[in-house]
Design a protein around this ligand. Structure first.
Ligand SMILES: C[S@@+](CC[C@H](N)C(=O)[O-])C[C@H]1O[C@@H](n2cnc3c(N)ncnc32)[C@H](O)[C@@H]1O
Length: 224
């Protein structure tokens, strides 16, 4: 039930996805603001290092942001430090990090629970786990042509899974008309970024009335 991965053989799709939601607030800048000064941070599913870049741009002052990803292609563009690995078997000792971040990553797993236990293991006592994920009811205005794939870490289920591993959990949901798609081309790009094959996205986009405002639904989960 995890979302299929195409990061090694189709990195352009991920890159296009980073610009296909015009108007949405910069989640990575919000996350960078949550990172305490001097913290050692592990970014699970770091891809090309968008969080590391946000930390630099914002002037946040964690001591270290280490990326981890299973895609060699994504890691080639990461500014470093970063390691190749799987979130279910982290190559770090117990208590190595003050913060572990997982943005739109655990939705790729059929069972996110081993990765959550690994995140807790590598955190110091009282360390912060930050996860962001979208809801199954995201983008309802596009329901006639596209629905998000169900995953084991949708915003609807994720809080309960995180609570099973971390005693102290805060949920900050979002549900707001955040994205404005001005034309058919923008709708097509939005759909391709969400794993619709390009030809199908081209055809589907023609059925959508533009400009379109899209409601974004998901949750930021903060746990200790
Ligand atoms: C949707 S991207 C998110 C990337 C980045 N966190 C962001 O928000 O833009 C998901 C990333 O998770 C990585 N990934 C998926 N499953 C993984 C696993 N089991 N272990 C490590 N990385 C994984 C993918 O290679 C990809 O780079």
């Amino acid at each position: 039930m995890g979302i299929p991965r195409d990061y090694d053989d189709n990195p352009e799709r991920y890159r296009r996805g980073m610009t296909a939601s015009p108007g949405a607030p910069d989640l990575y800048a919000l996350l960078a603001a949550e990172l305490p000064d001097g913290a050692a941070v592990l970014d699970l599913g770091c891809a090309e290092g968008v969080l590391s870049h946000a930390v630099t741009a914002r002037g946040s002052a964690p001591r270290l942001v280490v990326g981890l990803d299973r895609s060699a292609t994504m890691l080639r563009a990461h500014p470093g430090p970063a390691v190749r690995g799987c979130v279910t078997a982290l190559p770090f000792g117990d208590g190595s990090f003050d913060v572990v971040v997982a943005v739109n990553c655990l939705c790729h797993l059929g069972d996110p629970r081993p990765a959550l236990r690994e995140a807790r293991r590598v955190l110091v006592e009282g360390g912060l786990f930050l996860a962001a994920t979208i809801a199954h009811t995201d983008s309802p205005e596009l329901a006639a042509v596209w629905r998000p794939a169900r995953t084991a870490f949708d915003a609807e289920q994720a809080p309960e899974l995180v609570r099973a591993v971390f005693p102290d959990v805060e949920i900050r949901p979002w549900d707001a008309p955040l994205v404005r798609l001005p034309d058919t081309r923008a709708v097509r790009d939005y759909l391709v970024a969400r794993l619709m094959p390009p030809t199908e996205a081209e055809i589907s986009a023609r059925w959508v009335e533009v400009p379109l405002t899209v409601t974004k639904r998901g949750a930021l989960i903060l746990a200790r």
